[in-house]
Design a protein. Structure first.
Length: 326
């Protein structure tokens, strides 16, 4: 399959390495900055055709699969165009930034024979896959995820779209904490209601989105899960998630797993789940995406699965301290 990449920012190299590791051919790359195209072509020795307009790349007929690594507000537009041409799409998070975009993508999915996948790569971390098996047949009644990171004025100045509601769709929730929230709902199931508070505490006048968020989600079984997220810290700390199911208590600290007070380890006692390098999840997810395409199978994180966490975040923004239905 011939692969194209739209958007050559910070996340694109992870996709490129995973695509090449899978043995796929990257035949086209696209960025409004032509110098980025030249640099990526040279760095990875791709020999790909270079485009500055994603529409021209899609209309060229050069690609069978498109990886969308663009700013958030462009995701829906590009997805719909590609699916309309029968081009498979693997999109970075978030799938969309409002309900109108989600509706447009759903319509495009229903009218296309192509496959849409969404990058929630943390689902493919070894510790997370272990937990998914561990929780089979068990009912989680309480869970929490805590993200305390640092994103300063320099970070938001790195892209004209960053920190702007119109283009990014939100702040810490839709950009950084989206993965933690995705794992909460993947393990616990879609909640019924949410009460959320979102605020900008550290970058007033710099961004018009939240740097801090709290969400309390109620579950159908009477339990709940809580997410706390901020990028107002002066340092980035390890993300910690915790789950309670019956007599079992689980802590996921980064990619290290503690079950009922004991580290999950290999038979020789050494840690098994520490990440060796950033991007392992992407590599695993992208490999599985192409496996599914080749076998003609459904990719697990499709539109319907990938849209769940976006809907939860949009409901958090809508809540504004009030209890609302999901």
């Amino acid at each position: 399959m011939r692969v194209g990449i739209a958007g050559l920012g910070a996340i694109a190299p992870l996709h490129i390495r995973a695509i090449l590791n899978r043995g796929q051919k990257i035949t086209a790359i696209c960025d409004i900055d032509s110098e980025k195209c030249k640099e990526i072509n040279a760095e990875f020795n791709l020999g790909a055709k270079e485009f500055s307009d994603y529409k021209e790349m899609l209309d060229s007929g050069e690609i069978d699969v498109l990886h969308v690594c663009l700013p958030h507000y462009l995701h829906a537009e590009v997805i719909c165009k590609a699916l309309g041409l029968g081009v498979h799409v693997l999109c970075e998070k978030p799938l969309a930034i409002n309900f109108e975009q989600l509706n447009a993508i759903e319509k495009a999915v229903k009218n296309s024979s192509a496959t849409l996948g969404v990058c929630f790569q943390n689902r493919y971390n070894a510790s997370v896959l272990y937990l998914k098996e561990f929780f089979k047949g068990k009912e989680i009644t309480a869970a929490t995820a805590n993200l305390v990171w640092q994103r300063d004025e320099k970070y938001y100045a790195s892209g004209a779209w960053r920190g702007k509601k119109r283009y990014e769709g939100g702040g810490v929730m839709i950009n950084q904490a989206i993965h933690s929230l995705d794992l909460l709902q993947w393990f616990c199931g879609m909640p019924e209601t949410v009460i959320a508070h979102c605020s900008n505490n550290s970058l007033k006048g710099v961004i018009d989105v939240e740097d801090t968020a709290y969400g309390l989600f109620s579950l159908k079984n009477g339990g709940n899960f809580v997410i706390n997220a901020t990028n107002a810290s002066k340092n980035c700390f390890t993300i910690i998630s915790m789950f309670h199911a019956g007599a079992d208590t689980v802590e996921l600290s980064g990619d290290n797993l503690i079950v009922n007070g004991r580290f999950v380890t290999k038979s020789d006692g050494s840690p098994i789940f520490g990440k060796e390098e950033w991007g392992v999840g992407h590599n695993n997810l992208i490999r599985e995406y192409y496996n599914c395409l080749e076998r003609g199978e459904k990719f697990p994180i499709d539109f319907y699965e990938g849209s769940k966490t976006v809907k939860l975040i949009l409901k958090m923004y809508e809540s504004d301290g009030k209890k609302i239905k999901i």
